[in-house]
Design a binder for this molecule. Structure first.
Ligand SMILES: [Zn+2]
Length: 449
């Protein structure tokens, strides 16, 4: 939190400039969030459940699609929904599929077609339009058996909820225009081994996409147990990047960079969005890749070097995930819509939409951010290259032991700033700002000797 109260005792005597810059909401984005509808979320989740099973290994032949059962029918429906939103915005969305033949694995006995379905809201600016932010959920489901493509697998929460977030963000944000590009993705194969997201992230890497942020929503249904905390949603982020090379790992070890991966900066961005916009739910940052024994599609993107985080409800109910529908000893098993809190899913969708819209409105993050370390000095000089669309820059910093940024100071429209603070005692970052106050992601400097 940027506040005068935090850490000021340590730094105030040496700091003269406008401390504590606060982000104010963009009224266009705040208005759009009001359009996100719990009723629409409910309709989407119920429709997804109506396909009986969406197991990746369930039927997807024309007959099954016509009968409305199986992953093929679900895929066709998602595609048609994106098309419908596109018609409503004058063809503003490009609706696409990323389909491939998955060869057999432990959880995929036969060669199986896996199809990711997505909609692209192309950025309006030719240069900024090359930058991409992405929201994703997995539309495949499972029951007790990973190899059971026949029995019902409703997947209302896991991950009808995340699929509904992608769909609802697409429906609402497609009514706005942004300089950068937003992709609304739904993937398959998650339950069989992250196959869909792995393929998509690999293609993005191979094609050199400027993919700046990935928001993965998986189990954001806020199941209605009494122990649930519907005020918060967990945001998981990796610390040491999965894609870091030896040289980068050495720098992380030497300088205390364990909590400053691009994914962690994205998580902090979401935290700030949660303070700036009234989504109705607050992000609770969890500084680890994922929960014990579990994984998710954000990791596929992390492996390719992209910043990606995972949203998941505060408290999960394991009798409602990965279970055949049944009642045993009075306990109801199965991932059914009646256990989902549709208002909660809508709130999570609002938080996602605000983050996507803010990122797609903001200038590119500053490039080539360095901290000058040519000689021993108690001051700190930061340098960076100009970002397209930026009208200014901000230096943010925090104590090395603090989880989130504590201070921000404008650097004007410069490409260098010197602060009367020792770089040995704090962690610095730089972000770009435009004339409407949109902030980019923070970039942490590398030492320049
Ligand atoms: Zn899942």
């Amino acid at each position: 939190m940027f506040g005068l109260a935090l850490g000021i005792a340590v730094f105030a005597p040496r700091l003269h400039a406008e401390d504590a810059v606060r982000t104010s909401p963009d009224p266009k984005i705040a208005a759009a969030l009001q359009q996100i509808s719990a009723d629409q979320v409910r309709a989407n989740i119920e429709k997804l459940v109506s396909f009986g099973t969406r197991a990746t290994i369930s039927a997807q032949d024309p007959q099954a699609i016509a009968s409305g059962r199986g992953i093929g029918a679900a895929r066709e429906w998602i595609h048609s929904e994106f098309e419908r939103y596109s018609r409503e915005c004058g063809g503003c969305l490009e609706v696409k599929t990323d389909a491939f033949q998955q060869s057999p694995t432990e959880r995929i006995p036969q060669p199986t077609q896996i199809t990711n379905v997505y909609a692209v809201l192309k950025g309006t600016d030719p240069e900024a339009g090359k930058r991409i932010v992405l929201v994703t959920g997995h539309y495949d489901s499972r029951n007790s058996g990973t190899l059971d493509g026949k029995r019902d697998a409703p997947g209302a929460n896991d991950d009808g909820s995340g699929t509904a977030v992608s769909l609802e963000c697409a429906r609402v944000l497609s009514k706005l225009k942004f300089p950068a590009t937003i992709i609304f993705l739904t993937v398959a194969g998650e339950e069989q081994g992250l196959n869909g997201s792995a393929h998509f992230a690999k293609v993005a890497k191979e094609q050199g996409w400027k993919l700046e942020a990935v928001l993965n929503n998986d189990i954001v249904g806020g199941n209605k147990d009494p122990e649930q905390d519907a005020q918060v949603v967990r945001v998981f982020s990796e610390g040491v990047p999965a894609a870091a090379n030896e040289k980068q790992l050495e720098a992380i070890r030497g300088l205390g960079g364990e909590s400053d991966s691009p994914s962690r900066e994205l998580a902090r961005y979401v935290a700030e969005i949660g303070r700036t916009y009234d989504a109705g739910v607050k992000p609770l940052l969890v500084f680890r890749l994922d929960r014990y024994l579990r994984g998710g599609d954000h990791y596929s993107f992390n492996q390719q070097g992209f910043a990606a985080v995972r949203f998941t409800e505060f408290r999960e109910n394991y009798t409602r995930q990965h279970q055949n529908i049944r009642t045993e000893n009075g306990i109801e098993y199965g991932d059914l819509p009646k256990f989902v809190d549709f208002d909660y899913v809508a709130k999570v969708a609002r938080l996602n939409a605000a983050a996507l819209a803010a990122l797609a409105s903001a200038p590119a993050p500053p490039a080539d951010v360095r901290i000058v370390t040519r000689e021993l000095t108690n001051d700190s000089t930061l340098q960076w290259s100009a970002s397209a669309g930026a009208t200014g820059y901000e230096i943010v910093w925090r104590a090395t032991s603090a989880p989130d940024w504590e201070h921000a100071q404008s650097a004007g429209n410069a490409s260098q700033s010197t602060l009367k603070l020792s770089k040995d005692n704090v962690i610095f970052g730089v972000r770009a700002v435009d004339n409407e106050g949109h902030r980019s992601l923070v970039v942490v400097p590398v030492p320049d000797r």
